[in-house]
Design a protein around this ligand. Sequence first.
Ligand code: KG4
Ligand code: ZN
Length: 350
Amino acid sequence: MTYILGIESSCDETAAAVVIDGKTIASSVIASQIDLHAQYGGVFPEVASRAHVEAISTVVDQAMREAGIPYATLDGIAVTQGPGLVGSLLVGINYAKGLAMSLNKPLMGINHLEGHVYSLWLTQPFREVEFPVVVLIVSGGHTELLLMRGHGQYERLGGTLDDAAGEAFDKVGRMLNLPFPGGPHIEKAGQNGNASAYAFPRAKRDDSYDFSFSGLKTAVMREVMVKPSGDKTDKKSQLRTDISVNDVAASFQEALVETLVIKTARAAKTYNATEVFLSGGVSANQRLRAMMKKETDLPVRYPPLNLCTDNAAMIAAVAHFRYGDKLKKGTMPTDWDMDVRTMWSLSDMR
Ligand code: KG4
Ligand code: ZN
Protein backbone atom coordinates (compact mmCIF):
# COMPACT_ATOMS: atom_id res chain seq x y z
CA MET A 1 0.00 0.00 0.00
CA THR A 2 1.17 3.55 -0.68
CA TYR A 3 0.40 6.32 1.77
CA ILE A 4 0.66 9.77 0.25
CA LEU A 5 0.26 13.05 2.07
CA GLY A 6 -1.23 15.71 -0.24
CA ILE A 7 -0.92 19.44 0.39
CA GLU A 8 -2.97 22.05 -1.50
CA SER A 9 -2.71 25.85 -1.18
CA SER A 10 -3.15 27.21 -4.72
CA CYS A 11 -6.05 29.54 -4.00
CA ASP A 12 -8.14 30.18 -0.91
CA GLU A 13 -8.25 26.75 0.74
CA THR A 14 -5.45 25.36 2.90
CA ALA A 15 -5.84 21.61 2.63
CA ALA A 16 -4.03 18.41 3.56
CA ALA A 17 -5.04 14.78 3.10
CA VAL A 18 -3.71 11.25 3.36
CA VAL A 19 -4.71 8.94 0.51
CA ILE A 20 -4.08 5.19 0.36
CA ASP A 21 -3.33 3.67 -3.06
CA GLY A 22 -4.73 6.69 -4.89
CA LYS A 23 -8.32 5.75 -4.07
CA THR A 24 -9.04 5.60 -0.35
CA ILE A 25 -9.16 8.84 1.61
CA ALA A 26 -7.73 8.21 5.08
CA SER A 27 -8.20 11.88 6.02
CA SER A 28 -9.00 15.15 4.29
CA VAL A 29 -8.79 18.47 6.11
CA ILE A 30 -9.79 21.77 4.49
CA ALA A 31 -9.41 25.19 6.09
CA SER A 32 -11.50 27.54 3.97
CA GLN A 33 -10.76 31.26 3.82
CA ILE A 34 -14.18 32.17 2.43
CA ASP A 35 -15.07 34.35 5.43
CA LEU A 36 -11.82 36.30 5.08
CA HIS A 37 -12.40 37.08 1.39
CA ALA A 38 -16.17 37.63 1.52
CA GLN A 39 -15.70 41.33 2.43
CA TYR A 40 -13.76 41.88 -0.82
CA GLY A 41 -16.22 39.87 -2.97
CA GLY A 42 -13.33 37.78 -4.33
CA VAL A 43 -10.02 36.22 -3.34
CA PHE A 44 -7.50 38.84 -2.13
CA PRO A 45 -4.08 37.29 -2.94
CA GLU A 46 -2.00 38.84 -0.12
CA VAL A 47 -4.63 37.98 2.46
CA ALA A 48 -4.72 34.42 1.08
CA SER A 49 -0.98 33.77 1.42
CA ARG A 50 -0.90 35.11 4.97
CA ALA A 51 -3.83 32.88 5.93
CA HIS A 52 -2.08 29.86 4.37
CA VAL A 53 1.03 30.56 6.49
CA GLU A 54 -1.11 30.67 9.62
CA ALA A 55 -3.08 27.51 8.85
CA ILE A 56 -0.74 25.10 7.12
CA SER A 57 1.03 23.33 9.97
CA THR A 58 -2.20 22.81 11.93
CA VAL A 59 -3.98 21.50 8.85
CA VAL A 60 -1.20 19.04 7.97
CA ASP A 61 -0.90 17.83 11.58
CA GLN A 62 -4.66 17.32 11.77
CA ALA A 63 -4.67 15.32 8.51
CA MET A 64 -1.95 13.03 9.88
CA ARG A 65 -3.74 12.63 13.22
CA GLU A 66 -7.07 11.81 11.55
CA ALA A 67 -5.39 9.30 9.24
CA GLY A 68 -3.97 7.66 12.36
CA ILE A 69 -0.53 6.98 10.93
CA PRO A 70 2.88 8.30 11.99
CA TYR A 71 4.81 10.53 9.56
CA ALA A 72 7.34 7.74 9.13
CA THR A 73 4.73 5.54 7.41
CA LEU A 74 4.29 8.00 4.52
CA ASP A 75 5.65 6.92 1.14
CA GLY A 76 5.78 10.46 -0.19
CA ILE A 77 4.54 14.03 -0.05
CA ALA A 78 2.61 15.58 -2.93
CA VAL A 79 2.11 19.31 -3.20
CA THR A 80 0.30 21.56 -5.67
CA GLN A 81 3.00 23.22 -7.79
CA GLY A 82 0.59 25.21 -9.98
CA PRO A 83 -1.38 26.75 -11.57
CA GLY A 84 -2.59 29.23 -8.97
CA LEU A 85 -1.68 32.32 -6.98
CA VAL A 86 2.10 32.63 -6.64
CA GLY A 87 2.17 33.62 -2.95
CA SER A 88 -0.31 30.91 -1.99
CA LEU A 89 1.49 28.18 -3.93
CA LEU A 90 4.82 29.17 -2.37
CA VAL A 91 3.51 28.55 1.13
CA GLY A 92 2.49 24.97 0.29
CA ILE A 93 5.62 24.18 -1.71
CA ASN A 94 8.00 25.45 0.96
CA TYR A 95 6.18 23.68 3.74
CA ALA A 96 6.17 20.43 1.75
CA LYS A 97 9.88 20.79 0.96
CA GLY A 98 10.75 21.31 4.62
CA LEU A 99 8.66 18.32 5.66
CA ALA A 100 10.07 16.06 2.93
CA MET A 101 13.61 17.03 3.84
CA SER A 102 13.19 16.49 7.56
CA LEU A 103 11.45 13.13 7.05
CA ASN A 104 13.70 12.09 4.17
CA LYS A 105 10.69 11.32 1.95
CA PRO A 106 10.12 11.86 -1.79
CA LEU A 107 8.51 15.17 -2.77
CA MET A 108 6.21 15.41 -5.80
CA GLY A 109 4.96 18.59 -7.53
CA ILE A 110 1.39 18.18 -8.82
CA ASN A 111 -0.71 20.11 -11.32
CA HIS A 112 -3.85 21.43 -9.63
CA LEU A 113 -6.01 20.81 -12.72
CA GLU A 114 -4.85 17.22 -12.88
CA GLY A 115 -5.97 17.07 -9.25
CA HIS A 116 -9.50 18.02 -10.31
CA VAL A 117 -9.38 15.23 -12.93
CA TYR A 118 -8.32 12.63 -10.35
CA SER A 119 -10.99 13.70 -7.88
CA LEU A 120 -13.09 11.33 -10.04
CA TRP A 121 -10.85 8.41 -9.02
CA LEU A 122 -11.68 9.10 -5.37
CA THR A 123 -15.39 8.81 -6.01
CA GLN A 124 -16.91 5.77 -4.27
CA PRO A 125 -17.97 3.21 -5.31
CA PHE A 126 -15.28 3.30 -7.98
CA ARG A 127 -15.95 1.94 -11.46
CA GLU A 128 -12.95 1.27 -13.71
CA VAL A 129 -12.47 3.87 -16.44
CA GLU A 130 -12.35 2.97 -20.09
CA PHE A 131 -10.51 5.63 -22.08
CA PRO A 132 -10.93 7.94 -23.90
CA VAL A 133 -13.10 10.18 -21.74
CA VAL A 134 -13.99 13.83 -22.16
CA VAL A 135 -13.34 15.92 -19.05
CA LEU A 136 -14.82 19.34 -18.32
CA ILE A 137 -13.02 21.15 -15.49
CA VAL A 138 -15.05 24.11 -14.30
CA SER A 139 -13.84 26.08 -11.29
CA GLY A 140 -13.32 29.62 -10.05
CA GLY A 141 -10.06 29.91 -11.95
CA HIS A 142 -10.44 27.47 -14.87
CA THR A 143 -12.70 26.24 -17.62
CA GLU A 144 -10.94 23.48 -19.55
CA LEU A 145 -12.32 20.90 -21.96
CA LEU A 146 -9.98 17.91 -22.28
CA LEU A 147 -9.76 14.62 -24.05
CA MET A 148 -8.13 12.10 -21.72
CA ARG A 149 -6.72 9.12 -23.61
CA GLY A 150 -5.09 7.37 -20.66
CA HIS A 151 -3.63 8.08 -17.23
CA GLY A 152 -1.78 11.37 -17.47
CA GLN A 153 -2.52 11.78 -21.20
CA TYR A 154 -4.42 14.93 -22.03
CA GLU A 155 -5.32 16.73 -25.19
CA ARG A 156 -6.68 20.20 -24.60
CA LEU A 157 -9.74 20.72 -26.79
CA GLY A 158 -10.58 24.21 -25.59
CA GLY A 159 -11.14 26.52 -22.67
CA THR A 160 -12.37 29.93 -21.73
CA LEU A 161 -11.09 32.95 -23.60
CA ASP A 162 -11.96 35.31 -20.75
CA ASP A 163 -13.73 34.61 -17.43
CA ALA A 164 -13.77 31.12 -15.93
CA ALA A 165 -17.24 29.63 -15.39
CA GLY A 166 -17.00 29.96 -11.59
CA GLU A 167 -15.65 33.48 -11.91
CA ALA A 168 -18.72 34.42 -13.99
CA PHE A 169 -20.97 32.94 -11.26
CA ASP A 170 -19.06 34.92 -8.63
CA LYS A 171 -19.21 38.21 -10.55
CA VAL A 172 -22.93 37.90 -11.29
CA GLY A 173 -23.48 36.92 -7.64
CA ARG A 174 -21.80 40.18 -6.64
CA MET A 175 -24.03 42.19 -8.99
CA LEU A 176 -27.07 40.58 -7.40
CA ASN A 177 -25.75 41.34 -3.89
CA LEU A 178 -25.55 37.63 -3.09
CA PRO A 179 -22.86 36.37 -0.67
CA PHE A 180 -19.43 35.18 -1.90
CA PRO A 181 -18.80 32.79 -3.57
CA GLY A 182 -21.69 33.45 -5.95
CA GLY A 183 -22.02 29.97 -7.49
CA PRO A 184 -23.94 28.12 -4.77
CA HIS A 185 -26.04 31.20 -3.95
CA ILE A 186 -27.03 31.72 -7.59
CA GLU A 187 -27.97 28.06 -7.81
CA LYS A 188 -30.13 28.40 -4.69
CA ALA A 189 -31.82 31.63 -5.85
CA GLY A 190 -32.36 30.11 -9.29
CA GLN A 191 -34.33 27.20 -7.82
CA ASN A 192 -37.15 29.64 -7.15
CA GLY A 193 -36.77 31.47 -10.44
CA ASN A 194 -37.87 31.18 -14.06
CA ALA A 195 -34.94 30.17 -16.30
CA SER A 196 -36.59 31.59 -19.41
CA ALA A 197 -37.52 34.95 -17.88
CA TYR A 198 -34.49 36.59 -19.50
CA ALA A 199 -32.99 35.58 -22.85
CA PHE A 200 -29.30 35.98 -22.04
CA PRO A 201 -26.81 35.30 -24.88
CA ARG A 202 -25.25 31.86 -25.46
CA ALA A 203 -21.78 32.93 -26.52
CA LYS A 204 -19.42 31.28 -29.02
CA ARG A 205 -21.90 28.93 -30.63
CA ASP A 206 -19.26 28.05 -33.18
CA ASP A 207 -17.30 24.93 -34.11
CA SER A 208 -14.53 25.55 -31.59
CA TYR A 209 -14.40 24.09 -28.10
CA ASP A 210 -13.64 27.48 -26.58
CA PHE A 211 -15.90 29.37 -24.22
CA SER A 212 -16.49 33.04 -23.49
CA PHE A 213 -18.49 34.31 -20.55
CA SER A 214 -17.69 38.03 -20.41
CA GLY A 215 -20.48 38.88 -22.88
CA LEU A 216 -22.98 36.98 -20.76
CA LYS A 217 -21.77 38.81 -17.66
CA THR A 218 -22.15 42.18 -19.41
CA ALA A 219 -25.64 41.24 -20.63
CA VAL A 220 -26.68 40.46 -17.05
CA MET A 221 -25.14 43.73 -15.88
CA ARG A 222 -27.11 45.73 -18.48
CA GLU A 223 -30.31 44.06 -17.35
CA VAL A 224 -29.95 44.46 -13.60
CA MET A 225 -27.94 47.62 -12.96
CA VAL A 226 -29.39 51.13 -12.91
CA LYS A 227 -26.08 52.70 -13.93
CA PRO A 228 -23.67 50.01 -15.17
CA SER A 229 -20.68 52.33 -15.41
CA GLY A 230 -21.61 54.72 -12.62
CA ASP A 231 -20.49 55.29 -9.06
CA LYS A 232 -19.21 52.05 -7.59
CA THR A 233 -19.29 53.13 -3.98
CA ASP A 234 -22.96 52.43 -3.40
CA LYS A 235 -23.56 49.05 -5.03
CA LYS A 236 -26.96 48.42 -3.51
CA SER A 237 -28.55 51.49 -5.07
CA GLN A 238 -27.28 50.35 -8.48
CA LEU A 239 -29.34 47.18 -8.51
CA ARG A 240 -32.70 47.80 -10.17
CA THR A 241 -35.58 47.33 -7.78
CA ASP A 242 -37.99 46.02 -10.44
CA ILE A 243 -36.08 42.83 -11.27
CA SER A 244 -36.51 39.39 -9.77
CA VAL A 245 -33.14 38.21 -8.45
CA ASN A 246 -34.39 34.61 -8.62
CA ASP A 247 -35.35 34.94 -12.31
CA VAL A 248 -32.05 36.60 -13.22
CA ALA A 249 -30.10 33.91 -11.35
CA ALA A 250 -32.02 31.08 -13.03
CA SER A 251 -31.74 32.62 -16.52
CA PHE A 252 -28.03 33.39 -16.16
CA GLN A 253 -27.29 29.88 -14.87
CA GLU A 254 -29.28 28.36 -17.75
CA ALA A 255 -27.31 30.34 -20.37
CA LEU A 256 -23.93 29.49 -18.87
CA VAL A 257 -24.68 25.83 -18.27
CA GLU A 258 -26.16 25.35 -21.73
CA THR A 259 -22.97 26.63 -23.37
CA LEU A 260 -20.83 24.27 -21.28
CA VAL A 261 -23.07 21.29 -21.93
CA ILE A 262 -23.51 21.68 -25.69
CA LYS A 263 -19.77 21.86 -26.38
CA THR A 264 -18.91 19.05 -23.97
CA ALA A 265 -21.54 16.76 -25.49
CA ARG A 266 -20.30 17.53 -29.00
CA ALA A 267 -16.69 16.80 -28.01
CA ALA A 268 -17.71 13.48 -26.44
CA LYS A 269 -19.46 12.44 -29.65
CA THR A 270 -16.74 13.63 -32.00
CA TYR A 271 -13.97 11.86 -30.10
CA ASN A 272 -15.94 8.68 -29.37
CA ALA A 273 -15.60 9.11 -25.64
CA THR A 274 -16.95 6.37 -23.39
CA GLU A 275 -17.96 8.77 -20.63
CA VAL A 276 -18.19 12.44 -19.69
CA PHE A 277 -16.41 13.60 -16.53
CA LEU A 278 -17.26 16.86 -14.76
CA SER A 279 -15.04 18.28 -12.03
CA GLY A 280 -14.10 21.49 -10.20
CA GLY A 281 -16.22 23.74 -7.99
CA VAL A 282 -18.90 24.43 -10.61
CA SER A 283 -19.48 20.69 -11.13
CA ALA A 284 -21.35 20.88 -7.79
CA ASN A 285 -24.09 22.66 -9.77
CA GLN A 286 -27.19 20.45 -10.04
CA ARG A 287 -28.46 22.12 -13.20
CA LEU A 288 -25.13 21.45 -14.94
CA ARG A 289 -25.23 17.78 -13.89
CA ALA A 290 -28.86 17.32 -14.98
CA MET A 291 -28.53 19.07 -18.34
CA MET A 292 -25.31 17.19 -19.12
CA LYS A 293 -27.03 13.87 -18.50
CA LYS A 294 -29.91 14.89 -20.75
CA GLU A 295 -27.71 16.10 -23.59
CA THR A 296 -25.55 12.98 -23.93
CA ASP A 297 -26.29 9.25 -24.10
CA LEU A 298 -23.03 8.52 -22.30
CA PRO A 299 -22.63 8.03 -18.56
CA VAL A 300 -21.77 11.27 -16.74
CA ARG A 301 -19.47 11.16 -13.69
CA TYR A 302 -18.89 13.91 -11.17
CA PRO A 303 -17.32 13.93 -7.72
CA PRO A 304 -19.27 14.16 -4.45
CA LEU A 305 -19.69 17.77 -3.29
CA ASN A 306 -16.71 17.71 -0.89
CA LEU A 307 -14.40 16.70 -3.76
CA CYS A 308 -15.76 19.19 -6.33
CA THR A 309 -14.16 22.17 -4.65
CA ASP A 310 -10.46 22.43 -3.80
CA ASN A 311 -9.06 19.70 -1.57
CA ALA A 312 -5.76 17.90 -1.03
CA ALA A 313 -6.98 14.32 -1.48
CA MET A 314 -7.12 14.89 -5.24
CA ILE A 315 -3.49 16.07 -5.20
CA ALA A 316 -2.37 12.90 -3.40
CA ALA A 317 -4.43 10.79 -5.84
CA VAL A 318 -2.55 12.23 -8.83
CA ALA A 319 0.78 11.48 -7.16
CA HIS A 320 -0.21 7.85 -6.78
CA PHE A 321 -1.09 7.43 -10.47
CA ARG A 322 1.98 9.35 -11.67
CA TYR A 323 4.62 8.12 -9.30
CA GLY A 324 3.18 5.09 -7.45
CA ASP A 325 5.47 2.59 -9.15
CA LYS A 326 8.60 4.62 -8.45
CA LEU A 327 7.53 5.15 -4.85
CA LYS A 328 7.11 1.40 -4.35
CA LYS A 329 10.49 0.66 -5.88
CA GLY A 330 12.12 3.46 -3.90
CA THR A 331 13.41 5.14 -7.06
CA MET A 332 11.43 8.37 -6.88
CA PRO A 333 13.83 11.30 -7.26
CA THR A 334 13.14 14.46 -5.28
CA ASP A 335 13.22 17.79 -7.06
CA TRP A 336 14.59 20.04 -4.33
CA ASP A 337 14.69 22.96 -6.79
CA MET A 338 10.97 22.65 -7.46
CA ASP A 339 9.58 26.09 -8.25
CA VAL A 340 6.08 27.52 -8.55
CA ARG A 341 4.37 27.09 -11.93
CA THR A 342 1.65 29.75 -11.84
CA MET A 343 0.71 28.98 -15.48
CA TRP A 344 0.74 25.27 -16.24
CA SER A 345 -1.45 23.73 -18.92
CA LEU A 346 -2.46 20.07 -18.76
CA SER A 347 -1.35 19.59 -22.35
CA ASP A 348 2.14 20.44 -21.10
CA MET A 349 2.55 17.40 -18.80
CA ARG A 350 5.84 15.57 -18.86
O1 KG4 B 1 -12.62 24.32 -7.63
P1 KG4 B 1 -12.86 25.50 -6.74
O2 KG4 B 1 -13.08 25.25 -5.28
O3 KG4 B 1 -11.70 26.51 -6.80
C1 KG4 B 1 -10.90 26.80 -7.90
O4 KG4 B 1 -9.97 25.99 -8.21
O5 KG4 B 1 -11.19 27.84 -8.50
O6 KG4 B 1 -14.11 26.27 -7.37
C2 KG4 B 1 -14.70 27.40 -6.75
C3 KG4 B 1 -15.76 27.96 -7.69
C4 KG4 B 1 -16.35 29.28 -7.26
O7 KG4 B 1 -16.32 30.17 -8.35
C5 KG4 B 1 -17.79 28.94 -6.87
O8 KG4 B 1 -18.71 30.01 -7.10
C6 KG4 B 1 -18.07 27.77 -7.78
O9 KG4 B 1 -16.87 27.04 -7.80
N1 KG4 B 1 -19.17 26.93 -7.28
C7 KG4 B 1 -20.37 26.79 -7.91
C8 KG4 B 1 -21.16 25.94 -7.09
N2 KG4 B 1 -20.42 25.60 -6.00
C9 KG4 B 1 -19.20 26.21 -6.13
N3 KG4 B 1 -20.81 27.29 -9.06
C10 KG4 B 1 -22.07 26.96 -9.44
N4 KG4 B 1 -22.89 26.18 -8.72
C11 KG4 B 1 -22.49 25.65 -7.54
N5 KG4 B 1 -23.31 24.87 -6.83
ZN1 ZN C 1 -9.55 24.12 -8.09
